[in-house]
Ligand binder design. Structure first.
Ligand code: ATP
Ligand code: MG
Ligand code: MG
Ligand code: MG
Length: 374
């Protein structure tokens, strides 16, 4: 009998659309010849408002690639939202979040494949829910997911592991918004410790959302205020001039590192627009760096993976300061972009693991982690 894979996608984060594309690529890989006899897909689409949809509605989102928002007051979908056969929609297709525990389709899942990027999916919240459901799932658990999402916690773990990184300061929203006397002092400290340019980031986001580069006091103040609108926790980092290299990790207790890839672009930094506009960035795989740098990055990627207690998969991002030969760790992503053109699966393809084989391995890793004694 086939293993029923609960593909969980969409979600309430700014990376909703990316998640749909990742899920489409994974669904295709699960239906590929070598996997089709092993796995059956049960799609669960999470709307932007957090409601879970199941059955043929999720399937249609998967097929169309278009986000869907069924109105809360009138859950009966409009004809034009779902196409001609929307009349077949049953109540079982609209699982409101408050009913998630009982629907039969959730109970049928043998293993979950959450492919949600950013907050409410990559950060340990959904992992906590799946842990409570006592069904194995792909990827990191609660701790690894939360540590990987919060850049302050992540950097503390990296520092503890002895991994080199840029200078940074952790900032709380209250230092920006609450007390008018504190804010100028905070900016003074940032100028003194980090200087310009510096990068201001909401601690718990992805896809460069809310990230700004500041070259002056004025830009710093604006960026801090803006970042505070995204998150209570904010991180400010010294800016470096560096090449951007990424490495993929796969495994549980004996993880493996992929070949190293490079991101190239001509914009100021790798911001949201550069990430998601066709042709604005290029992936170079393998990166043209020395074997020594490659090995150093692979080693650091595995150390970072262990430092935050990641599991299954992660993409680790680095800065290679060519002028000094220094390799600095930037961050780890525990549920990296997983579309057909995303760095994570492409790094594995160049390391000899095809996309269908990769999703198969990830599901087996989820089952393996579950079967180890608690
Ligand atoms: P992802 O989509 O990979 O999850 P993210 O939102 O977590 O991204 P970061 O990877 O921390 O964000 O930063 C996004 C980009 O901003 C980097 O790829 C890089 O181009 C630029 N950047 C971030 N921090 C620095 C820094 N300290 N110095 C120079 N450039 C930086
Ligand atoms: Mg990130
Ligand atoms: Mg990310
Ligand atoms: Mg990044």
């Amino acid at each position: 009998t086939k293993l029923r894979v609960g593909l969980l996608f969409g979600g309430c984060s700014g990376e909703h659309e990316v998640s749909i594309n990742s899920a489409r690529a994974i669904a295709k890989a699960l239906s590929a010849e070598q996997n089709a006899s092993k796995y059956e897909i049960l799609p669960f689409y999470i709307q932007k408002d957090g409601r879970w949809l199941a059955g043929n509605v999720s399937q249609q989102v998967l097929e169309s690639g278009q986000p869907l928002q069924l109105p809360r007051s009138n859950p009966e979908p409009q004809e034009n939202q779902l196409g001609s056969d929307s009349s077949q929609l049953s109540t079982a297709d609209r699982l409101s979040f408050s009913r998630w525990q009982s629907p039969s389709q959730v109970a049928e899942v043998d293993v979950w494949f959450p492919i949600l990027h950013g907050p409410n999916g990559e950060d340990g919240t959904v992992q906590g829910l799946l842990t409570l459901m006592q069904v194995p799932f792909v990827g990191s658990g609660v701790l690894g997911s939360a540590m990987g999402m919060d850049k302050i916690a992540m950097k503390m773990a990296f520092a503890q592991a002895g991994l080199p990184q840029v200078k940074y300061m952790a900032v709380n929203r209250s230092q920006i918004w609450s007390n008018p006397c504190v804010f100028p002092k905070l900016c003074d400290q940032i100028e003194l410790n980090l200087g310009y340019p510096c990068f201001i980031k909401p601690a718990n986001l992805g896809s460069s959302v809310g990230i700004a580069k500041a070259r002056s006091r004025q830009e710093l103040e604006t960026a801090l205020d803006n970042a505070a609108s995204y998150d209570r926790r904010i991180i400010v980092e010294a800016g470096v001039i560096a090449r951007e290299l990424e490495c993929a990790v796969l495994g549980n207790d004996q993880p493996q590192a992929s070949v190293v890839g490079e991101i190239t672009y001509s914009s100021d930094f790798y911001d949201y627009e550069t990430k998601y506009t066709q042709g604005k960035a290029d992936l170079v795989i393998p990166a043209t760096v020395s074997d020594a740098v490659t090995r150093q990055i692979q080693e650091m990627a595995l150390q970072a993976f262990a430092a935050i207690d990641a599991g299954g998969l992660a993409r680790v991002d680095f800065f290679y300061v060519e002028a000094t030969g220094e390799v600095l760790i930037n961050e780890i992503n525990t549920l990296p972009g997983f579309t057909a053109t995303s760095m994570y699966p492409l790094l594995w393809a160049h390391s000899g693991v095809s996309f269908p084989e990769l999703v198969d391995r990830l599901i087996q890793l989820a089952l393996e982690r579950r079967s180890t004694p608690e």
